[in-house]
Design a binder for this molecule. Structure first.
Ligand code: FES
Length: 203
């Protein structure tokens, strides 16, 4: 085991929530990404050892889902190009984001600061075009604002990205009026869940 005690304790706490250790494989893969900043062979071996699965079984799960990333920058910019966003300029946003970063969709900048990806519907059709940064949502993004967002990520290198802040700075029309402020943001290029320690609200 190479994970520190705090990470192992978090992993065992997650495993204890399930009737079988192997049922925890997906959240544990997020823990592995949180630990290494991306999904590594060693991280998958750790997950296998904790769940009683083989490394091949763990990798077969990891390789099926796009949110588990072997190669990823410090921030993931996900631009929706499904139908609602496409009709309202999602592909123009993607082009502007790629131009601003010099990174085609599906690739990572040479300095490792951003990964750009084109994604299917992210459930914000009413606020199209929609973009996520480290899975924090921004609605009503224009090409100019998308480019500005990426330039900010590549120069400011924020440790935490916060959806409400991103919406205020780079978003436009929302699908619904904003609800209560969300107190936490994302700490890395993986979905942010409090119990996994991937949110900015963690101690
Ligand atoms: S089509 Fe883009 S969020 Fe649904």
């Amino acid at each position: 085991m190479t994970w520190p005690d705090t990470t192992l304790a978090r992993a065992r706490d997650i495993i204890a929530r399930y009737p079988e250790p192997r049922s925890a494989v997906m959240p544990l893969l997020y823990v592995a990404m949180r630990h290494d900043g991306r999904l590594t062979d060693e991280g998958m071996r750790q997950v296998a050892a904790l769940t009683g699965m083989t490394a091949v079984q763990v990798e077969s799960v990891a390789s099926f889902y796009s949110m588990y990333k072997r190669h990823v920058g410090s921030h993931v910019v996900s631009v929706c190009t499904s139908i609602s966003c496409h009709l309202l300029g999602g592909r123009d946003v993607l082009a502007a984001v790629s131009d601003a970063t010099g990174v085609p969709a599906g690739e990572t900048s040479a300095d490792g600061s951003v990964t750009i990806e084109s994604v299917e519907c992210i459930g914000a059709c009413g606020g199209a075009p929609a973009v996520q940064v480290d899975y924090e949502l921004i609605e009503g993004v224009t090409p100019d604002k998308g480019a500005e967002l990426c330039r900010w990520l590549m120069t400011a290198h924020p440790e935490v990205v916060h959806g409400d802040d991103l919406q205020t700075r780079f978003g436009g029309r929302r699908s619904f009026p904003a609800g209560p402020p969300d107190p936490v943001g994302a700490m890395g290029p993986y979905p942010a869940f409090g119990p996994l320690g991937t949110t900015g609200g963690e101690a």
